[in-house]
Write a protein that binds this ligand. Sequence first.
Ligand code: PLP
Length: 386
Amino acid sequence: MLYFDHCASTPPFDEVIQTVSEVMKLQYSNPSSIHQAGVAAEKLVTRAREVMASALQVQPNEILFTSGATESNNLAIQGAAMQKKSRGNHIITTGIEHASVYECCRLLERRGFQVTYLPVDSSGRIRITDLRAAITEQTILVSIMHVNNEVGSIQPIEAIGEVLKEYPRILFHVDGVQGLGKVPVKLHEWGVDLYSISAHKLRGPKGVGVLYCREGVQIQPLFAGGEQERGLRAGTLNVPNNVAMAKAVRMTLERQETAVTKLRELRQHLIQGIDSIPELVLNSSRNLEEGAPHVVHFSYPGMKPEVIIHKLEQHGIVASTQSACSSKDLKPSRVLLAMGCNEARASGGIRISMDAEQSIEDIVKLAEALRIIVKELKPLEKGQHR
Ligand code: PLP
């Protein structure tokens, strides 16, 4: 099988699988227990926290372990909104966020907050002038993703951070899930207060993530319960997954430079392949500064993407339509519509997301399969129009 769905999830490193199983077997005590076995488990979490902190170049006490980025995003956004609601009720985000940010903002709207969804240009990036214009006296939080999970657009996080340095009362949250390991991350330099990541996008286990919460930043917890994670995330820590996540992140960052060079090469080849099939339209940016190296998104306007996905499977190739969370949702992509695509194009998107261990031959096979599929489907094109 040729797996091109790395934005949805990645195969864990062998070392990650081994770590989960060893820690599960040997260190099953509760890290909050005061007996020796508990203390041993707590030591493992402390070490994992240190590794995570050094990977993100932050302090260990700024790392909060969660059940994944959906929780990290909710904790950051709802936690900041609840903490700051006496100072203001306005949140700024974009129209192309992952559902865990977008739906969280919609929920807060129903609870009386006002949300501005910044528009994006045709490459899927916000404009700094729009951000400046959206800030009001009531603004308490700006939440903007680093790399988009559908088309791979890279937001100008450094420039956003520069603007927000003029407004120290506004918290800055970044959903970093698709960016870490693919693009440079400088949380302190950019003035990021809250930053979410997920292990399973970085060859770690599922069901574990981190929220970086800068020292001094106050947020409210989502759950009532124990005092774990500075009282901000109640619940027994998932020791095997915390340790394995730290390992996956460390291994990913050690490989980042070579991985990015390789991914850029693969991406270039794939874009050439897509360009050579006139029915397909590229949605990802061609510009290396604007588009993440692991994602190529294109549409076959007028063709249901599920048909292409199933045809690709017959060639032994796995890809996806929109994001994994929205792939069963047959509506046009919210992200592509926000980028100004018409309905046919926004309904016909295919996402190819790659790993640096893949090869040019894999890309050649994918491009060839696409050429054959498009040829087969061409006569049906009209009938598939929505
Ligand atoms: N944010 C982005 C950009 C994502 O791509 C995803 C997963 O698809 C998430 C958040 C949610 O991550 P998790 O699966 O850890 O809840």
